[in-house]
Ligand binder design. Structure first.
Ligand SMILES: C[S@@+](CC[C@H](N)C(=O)[O-])C[C@H]1O[C@@H](n2cnc3c(N)ncnc32)[C@H](O)[C@@H]1O
Length: 260
């Protein structure tokens, strides 16, 4: 190729390269703008999600850590954990309302989990040193010991209540507050539990139980105790009802034995 033609060709190539570079620059700017817009949107969405999580935690009155621990426990042992999330504040307060903070004696809580009902009891005026918390899950027990150092945390099976509390209860309990998933157990076992609880309580003291079920988790006609139910608490997820069972007859066999 003659020299002028070669120079012309080179200039043409250079011009095309400059054009291409200009175009690449424009495309890069456009991509940058899209990335910035995308990042801004992502930040906005993250902020909105964080705010929703905070609102959710405020509404339920529990931290997300508790929710996660609870969910993990439910995945590992669905029938024992009995719920996918800790109870909300409204349900916990409804349960605590049945316990007279000025009564005498320990207050026994069965299946306290991460402690929403415990918190409601303390909030209602029950001194933490009066609390005996019976929980199966060792991880939940660790949390409860850290949160309520004055309470007595017993790791064990609440269905063996009598044996578990024999050495611990020095006087009759003022109330038993249970969140155990009773309906996953045979009726006979449920009845044995409530009768053992009545034996450890003052006459007329309440056995407080919440349930997601429609009917009473304890068959009223078989138990020989009175039963009253709260309104359904729709604000809990899932909606729940609180049942209170009382036995007026004196059945303090353990304490009668102790006196003899
Ligand atoms: C439905 S959750 C309620 C937890 C908490 N009270 C609340 O309201 O969020 C039931 C709790 O009972 C405990 N639990 C189940 N069976 C038990 C048993 N036999 N003895 C002691 N605790 C038990 C579970 O580990 C779980 O913490």
């Amino acid at each position: 190729m003659p020299l002028p033609a070669l120079q012309k060709f080179e200039r043409k190539i250079e011009r095309q390269i400059r054009l291409l570079e200009a175009r690449r620059y424009l495309i890069e700017r456009k991509i940058d703008r899209h990335i910035r817009l995308f990042e801004q949107k992502r930040d906005d969405i993250s902020k909105r999600i964080e705010e929703q999580i905070r609102q959710f935690e405020r509404r339920r009155g529990t931290g997300l850590d508790d929710e996660v621990r609870f969910l993990r426990s439910w995945i590992e042992r669905p029938l024992t954990t009995g719920a996918v999330a800790p109870s909300g504040k409204i349900l916990a307060r409804a349960m605590a309302r049945y316990v007279d903070p000025s009564s005498d004696g320990p207050v026994v809580e069965l299946g306290p989990g991460t402690g929403p009902v415990t918190e409601a009891l303390v909030e209602a005026g029950v001194a933490p040193s009066r609390l005996i918390l019976v929980e199966f899950n060792s991880g939940f027990c660790r949390i409860l010991r850290a949160r309520y150092p004055q309470a007595t945390v017993v790791q064990g099976d609440a269905y063996g209540l009598r044996l578990l509390l024999e050495a611990l209860l020095l006087q009759p309990a003022a109330a038993v507050v249970s969140s155990l998933p009773l309906v996953t157990k045979p009726v006979r076992q449920r009845l044995r539990l409530i009768r053992d609880a009545f034996d450890l309580m003052l006459p007329g003291a309440p056995f407080v139980q919440f349930t997601y079920a429609v009917a009473s988790p304890l068959p009223k006609q078989l138990g020989g105790f009175s039963a009253e139910a709260s309104e359904r608490i729709w604000m809990n997820i899932p909606p729940a009802r609180v049942w209170v069972y009382r036995k007026a007859e004196i059945r303090l066999q353990r304490f009668v034995k102790a006196v003899k």
